[in-house]
Ligand binder design. Structure first.
Ligand code: 2AM
Length: 182
């Protein structure tokens, strides 16, 4: 029953100052659906549709993750698809190693509680725009901004988000926050 499930994922919230710098690269590209400030986030683990009764186990898995808080820099631009046929335009982060460690610790906890994920490798990214099938090129935009820094922030917690489909793009609500305990 769809009504009884929620579409959930774990990720990072992005500070407002970083969001503002990310949004400032927006420019008209045919077929682009730019994300609004309130939609910007970084996904760590996508859970998909989850039943209410599974929530306690999910919360438990995220509690006291043995990872030390660390600084993350939002830098660089890339796309999924190709620059001339983009599907997703995103900002990258550095260092990826620390974040991958956190993602892997969380994944393992979730897996041992029975929440297996697909075997996709972790490609940390902050989606800035999504594109229709016959969208315009982002080659020039990528060239202009490929090394752009959007600021740094301290990653001190992970966030459980709910994704609500809405006209004009999904809306993301914070369900809960889990401080890192390393
Ligand atoms: P995206 O921005 O690259 O599309 C909510 O939908 C978040 O979960 C988005 O950040 C989205 O990534 C990500 N997401 C959606 N479906 C996913 C999937 N099957 N596997 C991994 N991440 C997914």
């Amino acid at each position: 029953d769809k009504e009884a499930t929620r579409r959930l994922f774990f990720g990072l919230e992005i500070p407002t100052s970083v969001k503002q710098r990310l949004l400032s690269i927006q420019q008209p590209v045919a077929g682009a659906r730019w994300q609004r400030a309130d939609q910007l986030h970084l996904t760590l683990v996508f859970l998909g549709r989850v039943e209410a009764q599974q929530l306690p186990a999910i919360r438990e898995a995220a509690r006291n993750l043995p990872v030390k808080p660390f600084d993350l820099t939002v830098t660089g631009l890339g796309c999924f698809g190709s620059p001339d046929h983009p599907r997703n335009l995103w900002a990258g982060v550095q260092p990826v190693g620390k974040l991958a460690e956190m993602q892997s610790a969380l994944s393992k906890r979730l897996a041992s509680s029975g929440f297996g994920q697909e075997g996709r490798s972790f490609q940390p990214h902050i989606t800035l725009a999504r594109f229709k099938r016959d969208a315009g090129s982002v080659a020039e935009l990528l060239q202009t901004h490929e090394r752009r820094h959007a600021g740094s922030f301290l990653v001190g917690w992970l966030t459980l988000f709910e994704s609500l489909p809405r006209q004009g793009g999904s809306v993301y609500h914070v369900v809960d926050r889990f401080p890192l305990a390393g």
